[in-house]
Write a protein that binds this ligand. Structure first.
Ligand code: GTR
Length: 490
């Protein structure tokens, strides 16, 4: 019996790995001066862009507990005996989840009609206090369609300030440090939000189309929660400073702090009758895509997670030696992660989990992964491979419409979803068309009784909604959600 299991595991991994004999370190050597190396950074970190040098990799079985080798044969076993160990390993890489705030209040700073009267706009400031007594706040911009019942929503952070996501003169221009950059030829300089930049990033936030599809949209600038620099991590000049070291004796890693801030937006959503807290999708691009996946994995209140070009330590398999790797990301962006991640530079094969297991933590809730054809740094093949490698966990919950590697270039919209867009690393309106289709499928089309019903209730037979104890045998939710929710977010 044992032997049969082992064979199954080997077959499982063989699907996702190109077998060869070149490790990342060897690839670094062979690439010097060759067509593989773009520059000295790539050379130093052994960045590989050739499929025939991807090398061998063996993926951990996502049904197996990484600590004790127990293999789940149904959804309940996986939830109870595998999931907690994977969560533990995830927290070793990104940093442990921060505690809940001791005090929190929401203040509406502005509200009005928007988008030619078809929506309402609210600007909310979330104030937070922890044990230090220091107060910290960040500003959330919300648009919601005027609708009879509560509506589903997307939560997506932004890079350059709320005022950059729409050409709406009422959006408050915040006062906080932002990262310089260039969007569509517009140069953000001086590290401060400026009114001149109003609407410059609207192409990544097509709010009109989102509202028309029946969704609300909530966004905040990630740098207001944690300025995207190593300095902000060292000096705790970020939202996590509301906690003392005795309450949170860990490094304040940026991705986990951004994720924590997104969870506070969910706290706000839960207080809003016009939003349906059971149909909230967390979305993110690139570093924010990594954050969206972590949030979907750890905060089970989110009913869906969508990753756009999240790449290394997002949806890309770390063991696939292609594009950005652990050596490179920890040298340039070590402050995004736990220091523990560094030890896997050139040793990805030793990681107790790989990124398909991060995706699997979102099961049975739908997860969506986007790649762009020219985004080699994020490794499109490594991203779809991770999604496909998460299939067995979705399968335990009864999902049948799951992607295969044949979906590399054929968009897939099933229990999970994937598309590869032609072009570069970006979040575009075209990507949003796919996300909206996927979210409508799960949040609207599958409902027989309008948009007010929550599939979280005991007795629900919907296999892909959050559920405390899902009976694979009975094909329905047999216990309340509270077990699993508490386990992960407290
Ligand atoms: C890159 C980084 C990627 C990705 C990207 C982004 O420089 O190496 O992991 O996150 O930034 O966030 O734009």
């Amino acid at each position: 019996m044992m032997k049969i299991k082992n064979i199954a595991v080997v077959l499982f991994v063989a699907l996702f790995c190109v077998f060869g004999a070149v490790s990342a370190k060897e690839a670094a050597k062979v690439s010097i001066g060759g067509k593989n190396a773009r520059n000295s950074w790539d050379e130093k970190h052994g960045i590989n862009y050739e499929e025939d040098r991807v090398g061998s990799c063996v993926l951990p079985d996502p049904l197996v507990n990484p600590h004790n080798g127990f293999r789940a044969s149904n959804a309940v076993e996986w939830i109870e005996k595998v999931r907690p160990a994977v969560v533990e390993e995830v927290e070793k890489l990104y940093g442990p989840a921060l505690p809940s705030p001791l005090q929190m209040r929401f203040e509406v700073e502005e509200s009005g009609e928007a988008f030619s009267g078809k929506a309402i706009r609210k600007q909310i400031r979330i104030y937070l206090k922890g044990d230090t007594g220091k107060e910290f706040s960040f500003g959330v911009l919300m648009y919601a369609p005027k609708a009879k019942g509560p509506v589903p929503a997307f939560v997506n952070m932004n890079f350059y300030g709320n005022h950059t996501v729409a050409d709406d003169p009422s959006i408050i221009v915040g006062k906080y440090w932002i990262k310089d950059g260039t969007i569509n030829g517009y140069k953000v300089r001086g590290n401060v939000p400026s009114a001149v930049a109003r609407g410059i990033h609207a192409f990544s936030h097509p709010i009109g189309a989102i509202l028309d599809a029946g969704f609300a949209y909530l966004t905040f600038c990630y740098c207001e929660a944690f300025p995207d620099t190593g300095e902000a991590a060292i000096n705790s000049k970020n939202i996590s400073a509301i906690f003392s070291d005795s309450v949170y004796p860990h490094k304040r890693a940026a991705i986990s702090v951004w994720s924590w801030a997104i969870s506070r937006v969910m706290d706000y959503i839960e207080s809003q009758p016009l939003l349906d807290k059971t149909r909230i999708a967390v979305v993110g691009h690139s570093r924010q895509g990594k954050t969206a996946l972590l949030t979907g994995a750890l905060d089970t209140r989110f009913a869906m997670a969508i990753s756009n070009g999240s790449g290394c330590m997002g949806a890309k398999l770390s063991r696939r030696n292609y594009g950005e790797n652990i050596s490179s990301i920890t040298e340039r962006f070590g402050y995004w992660f736990s220091d523990n991640l560094k030890k896997y530079a050139f040793a990805e094969g030793k990681m107790p989990i790989d990124q398909h297991q991060l995706l699997s933590l979102i099961a049975p809730r739908p997860v969506y992964v986007e790649s762009a054809s020219e985004d080699r740094w994020a490794d499109p093949k490594g991203q779809i491979s991770a999604l496909v490698a998460a299939n067995p966990v979705y399968g335990l919950f009864g999902a049948k419409d799951l992607p295969t590697m044949a979906n590399e270039n054929v968009p897939f919209c099933g229990a999970t979803g994937y598309h590869m867009r032609e072009g570069k690393h970006a979040l575009t309106e075209e990507d949003w068309e796919y996300f909206i289709k996927f979210a409508r499928k799960h949040f609207y089309d599958k409902r027989s009784d309008g948009n007010r019903h929550s599939n979280r209730e005991v007795g629900s037979s919907h296999p892909l909604q959050p559920c405390g104890s899902f009976s694979a045998k009975q094909g329905k939710c047999t216990g309340p959600l509270s077990n699993i929710t508490r386990l992960v977010i407290d």
